[in-house]
Design a binder for this molecule. Structure first.
Ligand SMILES: *[C@@H]1O[C@H](CO)[C@@H](O)[C@H](O)[C@H]1NC(C)=O
Ligand SMILES: *[C@@H]1O[C@H](CO)[C@@H](O)[C@H](O)[C@H]1NC(C)=O
Ligand SMILES: *[C@@H]1O[C@H](CO)[C@@H](O)[C@H](O)[C@H]1NC(C)=O
Length: 397
């Protein structure tokens, strides 16, 4: 009995500390994560390891990937539950979307399994007498799949003629041509040894992806690959990404808007709706009443998606060592504070590093605080947010 009371007191103390420590109140969390460890998306024709080398084939999530995502869910639980989101899945509070890729969908399911490992048999999942083999404490949680090809929110490379035009301009630039020329002997070497055309514009990232994942899985590297060549491939892949994401003064900020602006705009407008719907307006629509109860949006996506969002924060230096790793995650928190609504952003670049606040690194946000006033955040983001992406994608110059 006394143990119980003591535990209850401890729990209450913990709750009040979490909620009231400085009067700030967490209102809304949007989490964007990359899927976990996977098979290569593809490989080069002369690779020893073709699709049959991978248990589920190209691009599929591995058991290690499921574990990384489950652990991400457990970490989110430690950060947000039970003082913010309920310890048992509540359909009013949580909404998860994913790209329509197997690995992203399976990652989202794994994250949710880690976030909500509890529940009551016979209520949240069938009782043991009804289904003896039901997985331990697991309850199904809906994941909403979004079409990928034409979706500017989660696919930075969705069809956009103007972005294609900007990329063509980049590829005609002096810098691009200089690197392409300088590295031509290497590209020839790679083309001969891989059996596919490798250049600064294509093939290089496929090659890097396959070689890196094979190495992680302790597979044998090809004889032609030594450390120098391997470093060159990594370096050129980074350069390839910088060009593709538009990290060049002459195409900024327009290219960043096309790659990550739609996601930034969605994240901001969902925070605006949240603030509006919390104002207890009796005339609020039923959609608004639903939104007022929403606490957590999850987005399950890809390294390119996280990269595109980081570029809208002007955080290019976080990408210097490569794109975000497996189960990397960006958290956008909306807080109610005595100084009005504020945004706090946290990031971990991979499954094996802790979350760190990055708000103070964002251009236009206060450099000495983990919080950015919401209005200021919206203002500094304006130049990256499309007004009408479809119209802007058609505006050729
Ligand atoms: C690595 O391989 C390349 C291409 O075969 C060769 O030119 C270079 O000398 C090699 N470097 C080392 C350190 O072995
Ligand atoms: C990467 O390649 C660029 C362009 O060729 C070169 O300027 C740079 O020194 C290289 N960096 C490394 C770390 O090899
Ligand atoms: C709700 O709607 C009524 C009728 O249109 C209007 O008079 C009232 O001011 C509205 N209340 C709020 C809080 O907007």
């Amino acid at each position: 009995m006394w143990t119980f009371v003591a535990l209850l007191l401890l729990l209450l103390l913990h709750l009040s500390l979490a909620l009231l420590s400085n009067g700030d109140e967490l209102l809304f969390v949007q989490a964007l994560w990359r899927h976990g460890d996977r098979a290569p998306a593809n490989t080069y024709p002369k690779d020893l390891y073709q699709e049959s080398a991978w248990p589920q084939g190209w691009g599929q999530l591995s058991a290690a990937g499921m574990e990384q995502c489950f652990n991400l869910g457990a970490q989110l639980r430690a950060m947000y539950s039970p003082h913010f989101i309920s310890s048992i899945y509540n359909s009013n509070e949580v909404y998860v979307r994913s790209t329509d890729y197997d690995r992203a969908l399976m990652s989202a399911m794994s994250v949710m399994a880690g976030l909500f490992p509890a529940g009551t048999a016979g209520v949240h999942y069938p009782s043991a007498s009804a289904v003896p083999n039901w997985p331990y404490h697991w309850s199904p949680i809906p994941i909403h799949a979004l079409d990928f090809a034409g979706n500017h929110i989660l696919n930075p490379f969705a069809n956009c003629p103007r972005a294609a035009q900007l990329l063509a301009n980049i590829q005609r630039s002096a810098l691009y041509r200089k690197i392409a020329l300088e590295k031509q002997p290497l590209f020839n070497f790679l083309t001969v040894n891989t059996g596919m055309r490798v250049s600064l514009g294509s093939g290089i990232h496929t090659l890097q992806d396959a070689l890196l994942i094979e190495k992680t899985n302790k597979m044998k590297n090809p004889d032609w690959l030594n450390e120098t060549v391997s470093n060159e491939i990594s370096n050129l892949t980074l350069i390839f990404h910088n060009f593709n994401f538009g990290l060049l003064p002459e195409v900024m900020p327009e290219m960043i808007k096309f790659r990550g602006g739609s996601l930034l705009k969605t994240i901001i407008s969902d925070m605006q709706v949240k603030l509006l719907c919390l104002q207890n307006n009796p005339n609020a629509s039923s959609a608004c009443r639903a939104h007022a109860r929403r606490k957590f949006y999850g987005y399950s996506a890809h390294d390119t998606t996280l990269t595109a969002l980081l570029t809208t924060f002007d955080l290019y230096h976080l990408l210097e060592k490569g794109l975000p790793g497996y189960a990397a995650c960006i958290l956008v928190e909306l807080w109610k504070t005595k100084n009005g609504p504020q945004v706090k952003i946290l990031y971990r670049s991979s499954f094996d590093v802790p979350f760190l606040p990055i708000t103070s690194l964002i251009n236009g946000c206060p450099p000495n605080s983990d919080y950015c006033p919401f209005t200021l955040f919206v203002r500094r983001s304006q130049k990256y947010m499309p007004t009408d992406i479809d119209v802007e994608c058609r505006m050729m110059h």
